[in-house]
Design a protein around this ligand. Structure first.
Ligand code: ATP
Ligand code: MG
Length: 422
């Protein structure tokens, strides 16, 4: 029997895992400077939590969740994390905390989708949420600013910000009905998915990528023309706040999100190199969600989720995915006395932060140095009976072949200097 990873899930191996670490560390650093702190969430929750928040009629809940019976309750692997953040916010009474609560998370999500490039069944998200009493448009803009600062830190190229407002419970229902009525008129010209969505979720028709539906969709009414005064003012102020931050964006009236809880501001960021899976981040405001899940009606919320897998693909595609790393020192030793000295030297080098490979068994000189080459070590430090007697080490720069004999106390500064000039 030969085991294989399950369809749609994959292993992240070195050296790529180093890039994952860099990306996640950059998120911690950048989000931290905006006052966000990490929340660690469970991987599974009651199915009902997702049904209630994401929405029963969404693709995610209706066909993509991994759900199973646990005794007499239904449990699901999380398809996204906003529901869990809000659940935790309410469960822990975080509304009593001062100001807005700013949280970020990172980790795997699970959706039973058709696997392809940038689309997996276990995929990863890095997300952030702001929950609290204020829905000031400045919060929306700052969340987007933080997101873009993160992408900039990673030197992601070609990211494009799309924004839209999808109204609130005062104005959206009327627009949805108008949309439904208009869609009924063209029902026969639409594909099966869109036909179904006329009944279940007409907004999602705007999301369609089907070639033959595009001309029809372009003629549908725009939500921007149907926003209530409050939503319009909120949206205008979000745009002004983005401009204050020097952030450029494209308005995209067809940008609706696939989850029911969004309202007012929605946004999405696309990046190059991803084919049709080009959205690296989706987000928006969800002011009614806390109340929907049993919390206070006055609590507002906004957040985003970055598709980490796609972010990495785009970085790799553009050449920004290289990570410094590798082996600094291959410590070749020859003879029992040299091994003892090498063990101690390896300890001191590692304490000083160098990455050291110490062969566990003695090898012939040629074989040992050959391995150092194949491991792509920067330097081979050679410790034999002669060096030991003379109180020196031999250092070979494996990139250019130059060799030096150094007193041990000079080795550290030598390695540091050559590392800095790499
Ligand atoms: P898409 O339209 O590409 O299916 P979505 O609207 O389902 O995306 P969200 O639920 O908003 O996506 O999730 C936010 C981000 O998570 C997406 O922009 C994407 O980068 C990433 N993402 C979503 N589903 C997957 C998946 N199956 N595999 C990899 N990344 C994903
Ligand atoms: Mg999706």
């Amino acid at each position: 029997m030969k085991f294989q990873a399950i369809k749609g899930v994959r292993d992240i191996l070195p050296p790529e895992s180093a890039l994952w670490n860099r990306v996640e560390q950059a998120a911690r650093d950048v989000f931290g400077t905006f006052g966000f702190a990490e929340i660690r969430l469970p991987i599974f929750e009651q199915t009902e939590l997702f049904a209630r928040s994401v929405g029963q009629e969404t693709d995610i809940v209706s066909k993509e969740m991994y759900s199973f019976q646990d005794h007499d309750s239904s449990i699901s692997l999380r398809p996204e994390a906003t529901a869990s953040v809000v659940r935790a916010y309410i469960e822990h009474g975080m509304q009593t905390l001062p100001g807005n609560v700013k949280l970020y998370y990172m980790g795997p999500m699970f959706r039973r989708e058709r696997p392809q490039k940038g689309r997996y069944r276990q995929f990863y998200q890095i997300g952030a949420e702001v929950l609290g009493p204020s829905d000031a448009p400045g919060i929306d803009a700052e969340v987007i600013e933080m997101l873009l600062a993160f992408f900039e830190r990673l030197q992601l190229k070609g990211a494009v910000l799309n924004i839209n407002s999808i109204g609130d419970k005062n104005c959206r229902p009327a627009y949805v009905e108008l949309l439904r009525a208009e869609l009924q008129k063209v029902r026969e010209q639409l594909g099966a998915d869109s036909q179904r969505r006329i009944d279940t979720n007409p907004l999602r028709v705007l999301d369609s990528k089907l070639e033959h539906e595009q001309a029809i969709i372009e003629k549908l009414p725009h939500i921007a023309d149907h926003l209530c005064a409050e939503c319009r003012a909120h949206y205008d102020e979000v745009k002004r706040q983005l401009a204050l931050r020097g952030i450029t964006y494209q308005e995209n009236w067809r940008l609706v999100r696939g989850l029911d809880y969004y309202m007012r501001t929605t946004f999405e960021i696309t990046a190059p190199g991803l084919g049709s899976q080009n959205a690296v981040c989706g987000g928006g405001r969800y002011d009614g969600l806390v109340e929907l899940l049993g919390g206070q009606a006055t609590t507002k919320g906004i957040g985003f989720a970055i598709g980490t897998d796609r972010l990495l693909l785009s970085l790799q595609e553009s050449g920004a995915g290289e990570v410094e790393g590798g082996l600094d020192v291959y410590l070749a030793w020859f003879g029992a006395a040299a091994q003892t000295a090498a063990i101690k030297l390896a300890r001191r080098l590692r304490d000083a932060g160098f990455v050291v490979e110490l062969p566990a068994v003695e090898m012939k000189f040629g074989k040992s140095l050959g391995l150092a080459d194949r491991l792509k070590a920067r330097h081979a430090v050679i410790l034999g009976e002669d060096e030991l007697a003379a109180g020196v080490v031999a250092v070979k720069n494996l990139a250019d072949g130059t060799q030096n004999k150094l007193a041990e106390q000079d080795l550290f500064s030598y390695l540091r200097a050559s590392h800095a000039s790499d």
